[in-house]
Design a protein around this ligand. Structure first.
Ligand code: ADP
Length: 398
């Protein structure tokens, strides 16, 4: 069966049509700048092309997508949607009903930029293809196995209960995919493995996984907590944030936007893309060097804390844009875990960088005999969403 996977952002719509039997991608592309005069769509599969197309709304973009799919539209058995925040209610993927959409809307205040856009995509599909089932796959639900000791903040019970303020964690779809791949590569069942996965992209987090289940993760109520990211500050003393708001004359929304969009590597080094930072660090530029070292230090600290939470580790996996491309970052972080028996092979580490001929983004980079194994694994959230959609369809009578 073919599953259409949609990932709707506030002004974008990424799509993939996946044949779930062969797991081949039949169509892949993205609508960008939806709502503006410069909106366009680009295709990566079956062939690379970019076309101007005025999509005023997500519904118009979805309508165009269905037109672009031609006869393939009739092969779609389900549409899988990425949803960022499922709150405490959604501990797994679900088939869409009106009640489910209401439940998602109720937690949208925790992800005001993402959830409404995600739901907009679902509503467009219901309107245009009412007979095709829609499945929601949440970034948060993988972490529903966390115990209260991991997800509770040190705040009053009454406030936790009334406002739902706790850690939820994100990047769950990526963790589910990478954990399964690592277990296959180790030829050991997931249930016997303790793993650390570092999903280091523009947004970044770390997860501790025991027996395939999330035990703890660096992101929190929102994706703002934890690591220093492309544009997010990550962990910061709450009083420091409030002090900054006062000094900069920011209200609540202004502060949240500042910490999410103007901090991290962008704030520290002036750019959120790691590629130019490499050159600047090599040239010895002070700002870029401090930013890069702080970024690495924070990752190291979180991995160390999560290894302790697990009480040991069998595998450390690197994924996402920075995690799969930056051998120097992996080398610096991993050098701190040699005492655990996690040794990487410098040549294999460089080889697994995803750039250049003969290089592969997925593979093991451990030194022979290393007791903790290290992997670089290119994540595939779309495939994971398609797999979840199939699972949901198989368990329900639709
Ligand atoms: P997200 O899904 O959070 O947008 P990605 O996982 O796509 O993030 O990662 C994007 C980031 O990966 C870019 O901002 C850039 O910093 C980094 N990146 C991508 N390619 C490379 C590369 N070749 N070398 C170093 N960093 C890279």
């Amino acid at each position: 069966m073919n599953v259409l996977v949609l990932n709707c952002g506030s002004s974008s719509l990424k799509f993939q049509l996946i044949d779930t039997a062969s797991e081949a991608v039949l169509k892949k592309g993205e609508f960008e700048r939806i709502g503006s005069d410069e909106s366009f769509y680009s295709m990566d599969i079956p062939k690379v092309e970019e076309t101007k197309y005025k999509a005023k709304t997500h519904t118009e973009a979805v309508a165009k997508l269905f037109e672009l799919m031609g006869d393939l539209k009739d092969t779609v058995c389900a549409i899988g949607h990425r949803v960022v925040h499922g709150g405490a209610e959604f501990s797994g993927s679900v088939l869409v009903t009106e009640r489910v959409l209401k439940g998602v809307e109720e937690v949208s205040h925790f992800a005001p930029l993402h959830n409404p856009a995600n739901i907009g995509g679902v509503r467009a599909c219901i309107e245009l293809l009412p007979k095709i089932p829609n499945v929601l796959v949440f970034d948060t639900s993988f972490h529903s196995t966390m115990q209260p000791k991991a997800y509770r903040y040190g705040i009053a019970n009454a406030d936790y209960e009334k406002f739902g303020v706790r850690k939820y964690g994100f990047h769950g779809t990526s963790y589910a995919y990478v954990a399964r791949e690592a277990s296959k590569m180790m030829n050991r069942p997931l249930k016997d493995l303790k793993m650390i996965i570092a999903h280091i992209g523009n947004g970044a987090s770390i997860c501790a996984i025991d027996g395939g289940k999330s035990v703890d993760t660096s992101m929190g109520l929102t994706p703002l907590e934890g690591l220093i990211m492309g544009t997010r500050a990550g962990d910061i003393d709450t009083a420091a944030a409030v002090y900054l708001a006062k000094k900069k004359g920011l209200d609540f929304d202004g502060l949240v936007s500042y910490l999410n969009s103007e901090c991290g590597m962008l704030g520290m080094a002036g750019v959120n893309d790691m590629r130019p930072i490499t050159t600047r660090v090599a040239e010895g530029e002070e700002q870029a060097t401090i930013a890069f070292e702080s970024y690495i230090h924070r990752i190291t600290k979180h991995i160390g804390a999560l290894v302790a939470v697990l009480g040991g580790v069998d595998a450390i996996c690197w994924t996402a844009g920075v995690g799969t491309n930056r051998h120097d970052l992996r080398e610096k972080v991993m050098s701190k875990f040699e005492f655990l028996g996690a040794k990487i092979d410098p040549e294999l580490n460089i080889l697994h960088n995803g750039i250049g001929e003969g290089r592969n983004r997925t593979g093991e980079i451990s030194e022979e005999g290393s007791t903790v194994r290290t992997f670089v694994i290119a994540t595939n959230e779309e495939l994971q969403i398609a797999r979840e959609a199939v699972k949901i369809l198989e368990t329900c009578e639709c």
